[in-house]
Ligand binder design. Structure first.
Ligand SMILES: [Zn+2]
Ligand SMILES: [Zn+2]
Length: 405
């Protein structure tokens, strides 16, 4: 890969990694991303979706339209990688690798701009904010993304994964879910506050919450077929203050995932039933509040487009670096870009360096996964791979220069 392509992408990666921004607050990231796209000849439109969403357009004659999508947001995680370019923002970290995705897209667009004579068509770039809250894709689409910029013939995205850097993984069985549908649910349990020394005069929501968390585990273990990919995690339990006060309320945040929307619906209904029943068992004075705050459909990749891109990757990297992967219980709002039958292609980009991979294999510490404070992609291997993977995928789905459209 040309140094002129890799160097600015790497500089962007290091800068954005050191200056992460939370979902919905990606102002600086969007500025830097837009500037890089403009330097590669894109026309950039800002505030698509109302927030920091942006769209870049690179036109190169008649031909298909291929959209490259990247996220812009970071997570409320405190970085513990010890890297020289670690986050300088307290409590915020690019722990999901979205910084690598966006840097790879700028490199791919740069590469396509430099090789315009080899392809024809239109490259759209979607810089999507607020992926971690599963809201950004929906907001960009609701702002007439496809009506304003053209409905793509294919939409491409890649995601970092804790597998060996330099490898790629495509859906082993395109057309079936690669990633799970999900629901996020906020629950408030209403007790009756009082004195810690007189619990018989109160209704303790902390005890109700604890019992609820335990019982919710039966949704998967006892109500879901063992062959089904399903998970229910209570990601947060918040209640109380001083030890000598029984609080009024307790809050739970639930994350429900399964490979189909009906399965998610069934699990959410089961969770609601259990929450209500535990409140009744505790004698809570009020019914619990129960709000679904985010939903995302399962990600089904397109069979023909995935096969074409996988072939391109195998030709470029060699078949030994391209593998198939089964359904995952991660969730992506990228699935929404497939609305209306737009073909989607999605692959996982390995980012784990050889050292940590070998140590984990030999019984050492496990490889830190996405969202962990120690998540540290081996950018020197993963970034050039990500650039080449995205550029070659786009090129395969655009028209060859001189070919028929
Ligand atoms: Zn994430
Ligand atoms: Zn992510």
């Amino acid at each position: 890969m040309a140094r002129e392509v890799l160097r600015p992408a790497l500089e962007l990666y290091l800068d954005v990694h050191a200056h992460p921004e939370l979902s919905g607050a990606e102002r600086r990231t969007a500025d830097l991303f837009a500037a890089r796209l403009e330097a590669s000849g894109c026309t950039v439109t800002r505030k698509v979706g109302g927030g920091h969403g942006l769209v870049g357009v690179l036109r190169n004659g008649n031909g298909p339209t291929v959209m490259l999508r990247t996220e812009l947001d970071a997570l409320p995680v405190t970085e513990r990688t010890g890297l020289a370019y670690a986050s300088t923002v307290p409590g915020v970290m690019h722990a999901c690798g979205h910084d690598l995705h966006l840097a790879a897209v700028t490199g791919a667009v740069d590469e396509l701009d430099r090789t315009r004579s080899t392809w024809r068509g239109t490259v759209l770039v979607a810089g999507q904010p607020a992926e971690e809250t599963l809201t950004g894709a929906r907001e960009m689409l609701a702002d007439a993304l496809y009506e304003r910029f053209g409905t793509p013939d294919a939409v491409l995205a890649q995601h970092t994964s804790p597998s060996p850097a330099g490898t790629l993984a495509h859906a082993a069985d395109p057309g079936t879910p690669l990633m799970a549908a999900s629901a996020s649910v906020e629950v408030t349990l209403h007790g009756r506050g009082g004195h810690a020394g007189a619990p018989h005069l109160a209704v303790d929501p902390v005890l109700t919450a604890a019992a609820t968390v335990l019982r919710l585990q039966s949704v998967v273990s006892r109500e879901t077929a063992p062959a089904e990919h399903a998970v229910l995690t209570v990601g947060a339990m918040r209640a109380g203050g001083p030890a000598n006060v029984i609080p009024d309320t307790a809050d739970l945040s639930l994350c429900v995932r399964a490979l189909s929307e009906p399965a998610v619906d069934r699990m959410v209904a089961a969770a609601l039933r259990i929450v209500r029943a535990e409140c009744a068992a505790s004698g809570c004075p009020e019914d619990p509040d129960f709000t679904v705050t985010a939903r995302s459909p399962a990600l089904l990749t397109d069979g023909a487009a995935t096969a074409a891109v996988r072939r391109a990757h195998e030709e470029l990297f060699g078949p030994h670096r391209v593998v198939g992967t089964g359904p995952l219980t991660a969730t992506e709002d990228f699935a929404r870009f497939g609305a209306g039958g737009v073909p989607t292609v999605y692959w996982l980009l390995g980012v784990t360096g050889a050292g940590p991979w070998r140590r984990a294999r030999d019984g050492g510490p496990p490889v830190p996964p996405n969202h962990a404070p120690e998540f540290a992609p081996d950018a020197r291997t993963a970034l050039p791979t990500g650039i080449a993977a995205m550029a070659s995928a786009a090129r395969r789905l655009l028209a060859p220069a001189g070919g028929t459209v």
